[in-house]
Design a protein around this ligand. Structure first.
Ligand code: MN
Length: 382
């Protein structure tokens, strides 16, 4: 018996850029859709007995009409080839107010699609497998209560658990979102043949038979270096070797690269500019998502950097995350007159300290700092 575990497609997310594709769609939104549609096509080729989607199909509670249409179109590709799909709603696509109604209800209209989205535990039996699924619940307490209700079904051959959340005690799995639900690993020990988790974006094994399949595209720069795709599981090979049981299938994504960091400890503004230029010219950054860190910049040098000129260097990239990090202040050197430099720092620290849901923190930081720098340039001229 073979099935596919996929998760966190985040259809409709528009991270990193406002650039439009040739068809007039946000280019990142289109990237994310393309990866998902590639994943669906690959799954159809594999002809699994069924597919499990562990949440956050959509990036938001109210996706655009275009995205709703795209999502239905992709899932229908499965049902038209007689591949059943069980899908749970995640923290991104579960409405916080019941009056809104869930977009997942649309899926009840189609044969072979089993959406689980109503704040409660549901068991779906497909081909001798019991799939125990709990969606993201509006109240954290109800999620815990529903977890208690799950019982292994001894009448079937396989028992599979599907959840969307953070495994308790492992901070790495948290995405820092206020709504995320915590799962105690004690629930994995009830005797499931497989646990299909969603929420954490990197493909990984949590413990024996417990996996996050990860997202199908990169939603933030922190996912640099991660492969994206879905898991194929073969439970028939359970008694043989692990490597035959689990297979990760990669899907194409936009390239995301990190350039070797620049240590600017003894560099002045011109030197820093030249070294950034050197890093960029010796790498192909065209249409890629790129990160470069410049460390240990002296605060006085930092304030005299020509940000406009530096911004010109980044143009070729799809998105360029340039981290300009100042040398840490030693002792209390903060008694000087307030200046725009300090305001930048305040803003940066404030943004870093707060939880922002549904928006890219780095982007907010970059845009905010750019506006502050623009103001500084105008002020100097006047
Ligand atoms: Mn999530």
């Amino acid at each position: 018996m073979r099935f596919v575990h996929i998760s966190d497609s985040h259809l409709g997310a528009q991270t990193f850029t406002r650039k439009l594709s040739p068809s007039g769609i946000n280019q990142r939104e289109e990237d994310i859709c393309n990866s998902f549609s590639c994943a669906i096509d690959k799954i159809i080729e594999l002809k699994p007995d069924f597919v499990l989607h562990s949440g956050d199909l959509f990036h938001s509670v109210r996706p655009t009409n275009r995205i709703v249409h795209f999502g239905i179109q992709q899932l229908l590709k499965l049902s038209k080839t007689d591949i059943p799909l069980v899908i749970i709603s995640g923290n991104h696509d579960t409405p916080k107010q019941t009056g809104v109604g869930s977009v997942f209800r649309l899926f009840t209209l189609f044969d072979g699609i089993y959406p689980v989205y109503q704040d409660k535990y549901e068991k779906i039996t497909i081909k001798n497998s019991a799939i125990h699924a709990i969606p993201h619940c509006v109240k954290k307490e109800s999620f815990q209560e529903e977890l208690e209700k799950i019982k292994i079904d001894s009448a079937v051959k396989h028992n599979i658990l599907m959840l969307h959340g953070v495994v308790a005690g492992i901070p790495e799995f948290s995405r820092g979102e206020l709504s995320e639900q915590e799962i105690s690993s004690s629930y994995f020990k009830k005797g499931f043949d497989y646990v299909a988790l969603g929420h954490y974006h990197r493909f990984c094994q949590v413990e024996e038979n417990v996996y996050y399949s990860g997202s199908t595209e990169r939603l933030s720069i922190s996912e640099l270096g991660e492969e994206k795709g879905f898991i194929q599981v073969n439970l028939e090979n359970k008694e043989t070797r692990m490597s035959q049981e689990i297979k990760f299938h990669q899907v194409p994504t936009r390239e995301m690269i990190e350039l070797t960091a620049v240590d600017a400890a003894s560099s002045d503004q011109d030197d820093i500019y030249k070294r950034i230029e050197q890093r960029i010219s010796s790498n192909d950054i065209k249409e890629k998502i790129v990160r470069l860190k410049v460390k240990n910049i002296d605060p006085s040098v930092y304030n005299s950097l020509n940000f406009r000129k530096i911004a010109e260097l980044k143009k070729e990239a799809f998105y360029f995350d340039l981290k300009l990090e100042r040398k840490e202040y030693e002792g209390k050197a903060l008694s000087e007159k307030p200046s725009i430099g300090k305001l930048n720092r305040e803003f940066e620290e404030y943004v870093k300290s707060i939880v922002i849901e549904g928006l890219d923190k780095n982007k907010i930081l970059e845009m905010g700092l750019e506006y502050l720098f623009k103001e500084e340039v105008v002020g100097d001229r006047e």
